[in-house]
Ligand binder design. Structure first.
Ligand code: BGC
Ligand code: BGC
Length: 741
């Protein structure tokens, strides 16, 4: 349809039909031929309104989607197709590593390819829109949703935001693309105390400098939708925050796509205490230019009375409806309401060889080798291996937001090892439970993830497993512990105050370790853990996150040396939970411990812990080593409009080739406002053959130096800068230059 036809369509709609386009209901409303009665009553919504609904949440599968769409269109006066939206965050049936892991690949192109595969698989199942990417900046490991983000850095998250949107949307080819919905706008990743849904409060400068750019990068990449966040921003919930939605997003950034709420967020304005009732809440959201109401009856029941009382304008309503119609048109739904949904294509595409190969590659690039004492890894040929722990033969490797992930396809560690080694070299046992029964109870339920019952129920079972583990440890040359968090301990509403490995697992390790000649710890978790007490008890640690469908294969590839680890952390691992939020790009303070003239006691530090994290941002080991030398700047004075080049030589003196993530950080020495001690401003992932040297070049322009000045202008200020290039945020060479305007 062209714009005129869309306007004609809009003008032909009744108020109810317009309101319908702004409502999103979940699958149970469309379960049978007749509209479902129970959910309707529960939500307080009429059957007539359900029949006008414009979009559906989290129902996928070609047969279901085609049936629902067909029945809907048969009854509909204007034949406006339903939009099917769903959480397809890091894979559909084939699951890729969680985003916090994918971030560690420092490979935006790889992540883009993952999303292209995901888009194809999900299209075949009838999806039109995905609620992804999630690009919240995350600095507090207590928050369970760290797993959904690529990490703590604004620049890196922005680069990934663009890649992810491009991967999902492509050029909107039906059958191969999804419209992308960036979330959670804004600053959802900074709740006080790391407690989910809690207050977010920060200066406008910090918001603009550090938290908004990744959403903006998604919008600039053409992202079709934005989702509001649950939290407050400057004491106004995002969903009612007209400054955030109207002024910043729509006017400043020019976003003219669809703004959808997070789950039930309009009704929650009442609980927040900014709306008296549903009607008041609907008024606030509509006036903040929020288009679609996800999963409440606020818009459905309240927009008409609000119009009649003049509390919202007919123009506001029309603008919102037009945006939804434009999205449907952009997706080609008026021409083909099924848009590639096909049972046959589903079977062809889901978990195809191509998808699995990419999932394996993504996991190989995402895992981070944190420690490798005495070159324990890769495992030497002919070693006898004992694999022990609750993740040894466990298919729960997808993480919490793999809503549609096909768990039956997940390759466990045990399976992957057994494909390669006979029982002479490989033995495996569970050893201990993931959690004690008390901790299981605290996890609650989570719709699409069903909690398995504990498997080691009786004391005899536990005793037998412990003894078996000790026997295997005695037999083996190396013991591999596969430990970690329960899937439900991270993800939405997965906040924790204790970031250690579950105590049942550490106690178990204590009992087995004395028998281990060498030990490797594999970690499965959705957030940085505190590993301070564990790290010196084992020889090697490989952070595996939740690695997805091909996790087992990828991990074994790395352990056996068939692949060389190249992942680098994108979120700091705290030394102790008391340090969080902890991130590499903070401010110096007036009393930095290393350079202050004050006595140590009076500097900015903890008495009982270092300021530094255990493992910093950008950190990760490989089987090769790399030497960085000869950092040079082509011109130590940078003038406006010109550029200067920073070059560094990277040499791999070892006998194996591998990937280096060469990282560029910049510090603005003096600003009209305080500037971070360093900020990532570029990176290059380069492959170095054994013995190879390469010169890596970064171009420095004034654009890289811009920030929100005292006057809130986004510009670079004259003066001195320091530049750091190296292998992590804490290991680098330094050079200096000046900006003259
Ligand atoms: C989450 C969103 C998600 C939505 C729809 C909410 O609870 O915060 O990230 O997209 O549910 O499932
Ligand atoms: C303290 C102030 C005190 C001042 C003078 C500073 O170190 O922060 O509270 O008043 O010394 O003794």
């Amino acid at each position: 349809m062209n714009d005129t036809q869309l306007l004609e369509l809009l003008n032909s709609l009744s108020v109810e039909e317009k309101v319908g386009q702004l409502i999103q209901l979940s699958g149970e409303f469309f379960n049978t031929g007749a509209m479902a009665v129970g959910p309707m009553q529960k939500l307080g919504i009429s059957e007539e309104m359900v029949q006008q609904t414009g979009s559906v949440l989290n129902v996928l599968g070609a047969d279901k989607v085609i049936q629902i769409q067909q029945e809907y269109l048969e009854k509909s006066r204007h034949k406006i197709p339903l939009l099917f939206m769903a959480d397809i965050v890091y894979g559909y049936k084939t699951v890729f590593p969680i985003p916090l892991a994918l971030g560690g690949s420092w490979d935006p192109d790889l992540v883009k390819r993952c999303n292209q595969i995901t888009a194809k698989e999900a299209c075949a199942a009838g999806a039109h829109v995905t609620f992804a990417p999630m690009v919240d900046v995350v600095r507090d490991a207590r928050w369970g949703r760290c797993m959904e983000s690529t990490g703590e850095d604004t620049y890196l998250n922005s680069v990934f935001a663009k890649a992810m949107v491009e991967g999902f949307q492509g050029d909107f080819t039906p059958g191969e693309s999804l419209a992308s919905c960036v979330k959670h706008y804004a600053a959802y990743g900074a709740p006080e105390g790391g407690r989910d849904y809690n207050t977010v409060d920060m200066s406008e400068r910090r918001l603009r400098e550090e938290y908004l750019p990744p959403y903006r990068a998604a919008v600039d990449a053409g992202c079709e939708l934005v989702m509001t966040s649950f939290n407050t921003v400057d004491e106004i919930p995002a969903t009612a925050n007209s400054w955030l939605m109207d002024e910043v997003l729509r006017q400043e950034w020019g976003f003219d796509g669809v703004l959808i709420t997070d789950y039930a967020a309009i009704a929650e304005l009442v609980a927040h205490g900014v709306a008296e009732d549903d009607q008041d809440a609907a008024r606030l959201a509509m006036n903040a230019s929020v288009d679609i109401d996800m999963k409440t009856s606020c818009y459905a029941n309240q927009l008409r009375p609000l119009l009649e009382e003049g509390k919202i304008s007919p123009q506001k309503l029309d603008e919102a409806v037009l945006r939804v119609l434009k999205l449907k048109n952009r997706l080609g739904l008026f021409e083909d309401p099924f848009r590639g949904a096909s049972v046959m294509r589903e079977q062809e595409l889901n978990n195809s060889m191509e998808s699995k190969a990419l999932s394996r590659q993504a996991a190989i690039e995402s895992l981070v080798l944190l420690q490798n004492a005495n070159d324990t890894l890769p495992l030497s040929k002919g070693s006898k291996i004992a694999l022990i722990g609750p993740y040894a033969d466990n298919q729960d490797l997808n993480g919490l937001w793999a809503v549609y992930g096909d768990k039956s396809q997940v390759v466990t560690l045990k399976t992957a090892f057994e494909e390669m080694l006979s029982s002479e070299y490989f033995q495996c046992t569970q050893g201990c439970e993931l959690l004690d029964s008390h901790s299981y109870e605290g996890l609650g339920d989570f719709g699409f993830f069903t909690k398995e019952q504990t498997s080691l129920n009786s004391d005899e079972d536990k005793e037998r497993e412990l003894n078996q583990a000790i026997e295997l440890a005695k037999w083996a040359d190396v013991v591999i512990f596969a430990m970690g968090e329960h899937t439900l301990q991270s993800g939405e509403a997965g906040s924790r105050t204790d970031l250690s490995l579950p105590s049942i697992q550490t106690a178990f390790m204590e009992q087995v370790l004395p028998w281990a000649k060498k030990s490797v710890l594999l970690l499965f978790n959705g957030r940085p853990l505190v590993l301070t007490d564990v790290q010196d008890k084992v020889d090697a640690i490989l952070e595996c996150w939740f690695p997805g469908t091909e996790g087992g294969h990828a991990i074994v590839d790395l352990l056996m040396g068939h692949a060389n680890p190249s992942g680098r952390l994108t979120m700091s691992f705290p030394y102790t939970v008391g340090q969080v939020p902890i991130y590499y790009n903070g401010f110096s303070t007036g009393r930095p411990p290393k350079t202050s003239t004050h006595s140590v006691r009076f500097t900015s530090r903890y008495l009982d812990a270092p300021n530094e994290p255990l493992y910093p941002f950008g950190y990760g080991l490989s089987y090769h080593t790399a030497e960085y030398s000869k950092l040079e700047i082509s011109n130590s004075v940078l003038r406006s409009g010109e550029s200067t080049e920073a070059t560094i030589e990277v040499h791999n003196p070892s006998a194996v080739g591998g990937d280096e993530v060469v990282q560029l950080y910049i510090r603005d020495k003096v600003g009209s406002v305080v500037r971070p001690v360093k900020e990532l401003r570029g990176f290059q992932k380069v492959h170095l053959q054994a013995g190879e040297s390469r010169t890596v070049t970064f171009t420095i322009t004034e654009d890289l130096l811009k920030f929100h000045t005292k006057e809130m202008e986004f510009e670079a200020e004259e003066g001195d800068f320091e530049l750091y290039i190296g292998k992590s945020s804490e290991e680098y060479l330094t050079a200096a230059f000046r900006l003259e305007k």
